[in-house]
Design a protein around this ligand. Structure first.
Ligand code: PAF
Length: 293
């Protein structure tokens, strides 16, 4: 009886849920190689695929859950950003996550906090232009999470393409000792990129939302049939978006994947097609990367 009980306990692995930096630092040495997945919670299949890859490649996976106020402008959705810690912990436990870091606000931003990370250049365009200060908040919290958790590798989704460029540049510029791994966007069967913000959509808006992926696919098709003119490729996406009455385009872009500058013409460096679109009160982003030769 005793034996059965013990082997059952062994099968259900222990998941450390840690709230303080001091506790994380105490537990960290138990793990050698560690893959970190930084998140703001309300997890979906996209996040879980990052955790699974972290676990497979590093042997142990840590997930941080922290809705970071410094990456939201005052008029944005920080307060209503969806949160469900119990559900998140259940999902993470099921897939064998080793460590979950769920710091309270005061742990990350104690009174008197005044140091920020600014990644220049690649933050001027696209989301950086539409959401001033956003990437300063992202870079700051991600840098802190890296120093706190000391991962071997950190995993990010291609869905936030500019965030991936910014984090990679920060890691290179500040010589942070880890590898940044970018994983493919996970999509719903109708093409909508998984995002915690999809929860805001009404059923009618949800039906309209795959238009982003259709617009990106249209640009990809034009590219594959030989089109290289940046304006034509941007217009292709715009035309598809215009046809959806509920979609209000904020920007469409055909940019250099490294500098994120708009391209007059696509050359050997490839192209990042991206867009931000409002559907009702919800702002959705999506992108498709055509890698360089
Ligand atoms: O992609 C996100 O969820 C956030 O921007 C991140 C990387 C967790 C930083 O708060």
């Amino acid at each position: 009886m005793h034996h059965v009980l013990r082997s059952t306990q062994y099968a259900i692995r222990h998941m450390h849920i840690i709230e303080t930096i001091a506790d994380f630092r105490r537990v960290r040495p138990q793990f050698g190689s560690l893959g970190l997945v930084p998140t703001m919670g309300y997890l979906h299949a996209g996040h879980l695929s990052l955790v699974q890859r972290a676990k497979a490649e590093c042997g142990a996976a840590a997930v941080s859950i922290f809705v970071n106020p410094t990456q939201f402008a005052p008029h944005e959705d920080f307060n209503r950003y969806p949160r469900d810690m119990e559900r998140d912990l259940g999902l993470l436990r099921e897939i064998g996550t080793d460590l979950v870091f769920t710091p309270p606000m005061s742990e990350i931003y104690p009174p008197g906090f005044s140091t920020y990370v600014e990644v220049e250049g690649v933050t001027d365009t696209l989301e950086g232009a539409a959401r001033p200060g956003h990437f300063r908040g992202v870079a700051t919290v991600v840098c802190k999470l890296f120093t706190i958790t000391q991962p071997t590798r950190a995993y990010f989704g291609q869905k936030d393409a500019q965030q991936c460029v910014v984090v990679k540049k920060m890691v290179r510029d500040l010589n942070l000792p880890l590898d940044v791994i970018i994983c493919p966007t996970v999509r719903e069967p109708d093409g909508l990129a998984m995002s915690s913000r999809n929860a805001y959509l009404t059923p009618e808006q949800r039906r309209a939302a795959p238009v982003l992926h259709r617009a990106l696919s249209a640009a990809q098709q034009r590219y594959e049939s030989g089109e290289r003119n940046g304006d034509t490729l941007r217009a292709t996406m715009q035309t598809v978006l215009h046809a959806e009455a509920l979609a209000e385009t904020q920007y469409v872009s055909a940019a250099d994947p490294l500098t994120l500058r708009e391209l007059d013409s696509v050359g050997t460096g490839g192209v990042l097609f991206s867009m931000a679109v409002r559907i009702g009160n919800t702002r959705l982003i999506d992108n498709l990367l055509i890698e360089g030769e």
